[in-house]
Ligand binder design. Structure first.
Ligand code: PNS
Length: 164
């Protein structure tokens, strides 16, 4: 069985992520969406909130599983018997960072883990969670970037004063 992993911070999950996840799930028997908990990073949403948002969006897709991880992605993958990383590639600016990660993940897994890149959809080439957070903090329009459900979570977070 081919088990692939699509990892990220998903703070919050954008339409660009959703597009890659849907396409990736068609290419593999099982796709694990792995939500990173980096203890050194400050997030807008807690790990539970990020995981819950991703799970809600894909609750009806039978070959998608949502999990969280800490530390090295390759260790998480070994534990979950996955050997393929799927990454979305946006504009040229992603290229160097993504290659660095792909080489590192290959090396530290003794070449057991392969990375494949899917081109981001044209309309999401320049979309990132960072842009979304910036627009949200300044009360801009979020519907081009976020599914309705996620947009509501962001608006609720803003109105609860959870973000400054
Ligand atoms: O949402 P992002 O920032 O694009 O996600 C980056 C992510 C989670 C894919 C990457 O930071 C990651 O895998 N981090 C875990 C640590 C690790 O395994 N790093 C790669 C080897 S240096």
């Amino acid at each position: 069985m081919r088990v692939a992993v699509y990892s990220g911070s998903f703070d919050p999950i954008t339409k660009g992520h959703v597009d890659i996840i849907k396409r990736a799930a068609k290419l593999t028997d099982k796709l694990i969406v792995a939500v990173l908990n980096n203890v050194n990073k400050k997030y807008m949403f807690s790990l539970d909130e990020r995981e819950e948002m991703v799970s809600e969006l894909f609750k009806d897709v039978s070959n998608i599983e949502v999990k969280s991880f800490e530390g090295l992605l390759v260790n998480f993958m070994r534990e979950n018997r996955a050997n393929l990383i799927i990454r979305g590639l946006r504009a040229v600016s992603d290229y160097e960072y993504e290659l660095t990660m792909a080489f590192a993940n290959s090396e530290i897994s003794d070449e057991e883990i392969e990375t494949i890149f899917l081109p981001a959809a044209k309309q999401y080439m320049y979309l990132s969670s960072t842009v979304v957070r910036e627009v949200a903090l300044n009360r801009g329009k979020l519907s081009p970037y976020l599914d309705k459900y996620v947009e509501e979570k962001v608006l609720a977070k803003l109105s609860s004063g959870g973000v400054k």
